[in-house]
Design a protein around this ligand. Structure first.
Ligand SMILES: Nc1ncnc2c1ncn2[C@@H]1O[C@H](COP(=O)(O)OP(=O)(O)OP(=O)(O)O)[C@@H](O)[C@H]1O
Length: 258
């Protein structure tokens, strides 16, 4: 269940390109942390490094530590597949398996891990879909393809798929950017409910969204073109938006750049 993350001196590279420099921050258990900042400052790169997705890019490199309740996910011998199961991810564009049924989408991760118990899979399907506020809308068509749902429903299906394996942390990379305002609000409401059980980190371009959903906000910036992105400051969301410590944060949230 929900665990804390301690990110220590994280440096991230794509081949020789130093994308993110020396990030140290804490993500509290059962809370929502937003990453905000201008395009290219490394928000998604940091997010993907938290569950070892950064290293799937050929030539990429990670220095530093990501501690999940004190255990470094980059320690020798740690299985990245297990890390990704423990730290789940929801992407910008809903990506259900389009021809697979709604139910099979939800339990895809469990089936992949060899789970075959139909009763258990049915129970998990219902629990995950209820948890994603989707059950009532799909309970009569669980065997229909996931690709037949609306964009907002597909994103909630992806959240159900991510939670079905009971991760400790949920990473969300701009989960609402492809959605209409009503679907966006549905996801935001869902995030507020999910944080009772999960530790959530969300990348968002929408500052109102960061202000609405998150407990703490981290502002990243690029000191200059070609230089690595840096964490400028992290703090309680109300403070970051009303009284940030750094001028760059104030300039960004007041719309002076970015
Ligand atoms: N697969 C990749 N290969 C090489 N460079 C990459 C790759 N992905 C990202 N980058 C570079 O790393 C830097 C950080 O990118 P990243 O996508 O993390 O930024 P971001 O803050 O999430 O941006 P945005 O808000 O536009 O999504 C950018 O300079 C980007 O061009």
């Amino acid at each position: 269940m929900a665990k804390r993350l301690d990110i220590e001196n994280l440096n991230l590279y794509y081949n020789k390109f130093h994308a993110v420099q020396d990030v140290t921050l804490q993500v509290h258990a059962r809370s929502v942390t937003s990453f905000i900042g201008p395009s290219g400052c490394g928000k998604s790169t940091v997010l993907r490094s938290l569950n070892r997705m950064h290293e799937v890019v050929p030539g990429s490199r990670v220095e530093g530590k990501v501690l999940l309740d004190g255990e470094n996910v980059y320690a020798p011998g740690v299985d990245p597949v297990q890390v990704r199961r423990t730290i789940g991810m929801v992407f910008q564009k809903a990506n259900p398996f389009p021809t697979m049924s709604i139910k099979d989408n939800v339990v895809a991760g469990l089936k992949l891990a060899g789970d075959k118990d139909k009763k258990k899979l049915d129970e998990i399907t219902e629990r995950a879909l209820r948890g994603a506020n989707l059950w009532e809308e799909v309970k009569d068509r669980l065997n229909k393809p996931g690709g037949g749902l609306s964009g907002g429903q597909q994103q909630r299906l992806c959240i159900a798929r991510a939670t079905a394996v009971q991760p400790d942390v949920l990473l969300m990379d701009e989960p609402c950017s492809a959605l209409d305002p009503i679907s966006t609000l549905a996801i935001e409401d869902l995030i507020a409910e999910l944080k009772k059980d999960y530790t959530i980190v969300i990348v968002t371009h929408n500052m109102q969204q960061a202000a609405r959903v998150s407990d703490q906000t981290a502002f990243f910036n690029l000191p200059a073109v070609g230089e690595p992105g840096q964490l400028v400051e992290i703090g309680e969301t109300g403070k970051i938006f009303s009284n940030p410590s750094q001028k760059a944060t104030e300039d960004y949230i007041s719309g002076r750049f970015g």
